[in-house]
Design a binder for this molecule. Structure first.
Ligand SMILES: [Zn+2]
Ligand SMILES: [Zn+2]
Length: 231
């Protein structure tokens, strides 16, 4: 029986709108049960590259997957296992295609977070039902953003019909959120994680916030409510 590893596949750093630096994120994650983290800043891979370099220079049991949360015209899409930045502002279909083109995996993150109307700047958070129509490799069914319970339920229900790999990612913008949603998979390495996503062997889970974490998240939210990716 292969032992199971744990990954957090959605997190932000100071390279976009997160509070921790890539180094702080790695140092914090090292002290958790996580084996793999994917750093997925909005429309940049700089934070992920820094985090990956940082762990490469140490004898750490933590591995970093280079990712990006791409602002597609139709909503956010997380790219995992990429080497080059994916350009924001394309349709969801073109974005998924661009991710696959460079050998990456495409995740429909918080697909039903659509509370905000589409604005003139094109701001829309989740890809909605496009999650069912496009060849996504995984659906994020657990996102640890406070208040996302219903969005997560809807994503789970969608994926019951789809049968895509289910993943969990904290969407951490503060350190307390790291690992609060996670993806379990057979093995411990990024390679094993990738195999598990491709074969639908992942299981998404949650762990509760400490009260102080929720308070810090509220403080972060007040500062970033109006974050709009620069396209
Ligand atoms: Zn997002
Ligand atoms: Zn995010």
């Amino acid at each position: 029986m292969v032992s199971r590893g744990r990954a957090d596949l959605h997190m932000h750093t100071t390279e976009s709108d997160g509070w921790p630096s890539p180094y702080e994120l790695v140092d914090y994650a090292r002290a958790t049960r996580l084996n793999v983290i994917a750093v997925t800043d909005h429309d940049t891979i700089e934070g992920a590259l820094r985090a990956a370099d940082y762990v490469a220079g140490s004898s750490s049991r933590l591995d970093v997957v280079v990712g990006e949360e791409v602002s597609s015209r139709d909503g956010h899409i997380v790219a995992l296992f990429i080497e080059r930045r994916i350009r924001p502002g394309m349709s969801a279909a073109a974005t998924v295609h661009a991710i696959h083109d460079q050998g990456g995996l495409a995740v429909a993150v918080h697909p039903f977070w659509r509370t905000q109307r589409r604005t003139r700047s094109g701001r829309v958070h989740g890809v909605g039902w496009l999650a069912a129509e496009l060849p996504f490799d995984a659906i994020e069914v657990e996102n640890a953003t406070p208040g996302f319970y219903v969005f997560n339920q809807l994503a789970r229900r969608l994926n019951m019909g789809l049968g895509a790999a289910e993943v969990g990612g904290s969407d951490a913008h503060i350190l307390d959120a790291v690992g609060r949603a996670f993806t379990e998979f057979p093995g411990k390495t990024p390679k094993a994680l990738r195999t598990a996503i491709e074969s639908g062997a992942t299981v998404a889970g949650r762990s509760r916030y400490r009260a102080v974490g929720l308070m810090r998240y509220a403080a972060w939210g007040l500062n970033h409510e109006r974050y709009v990716a620069v396209v």
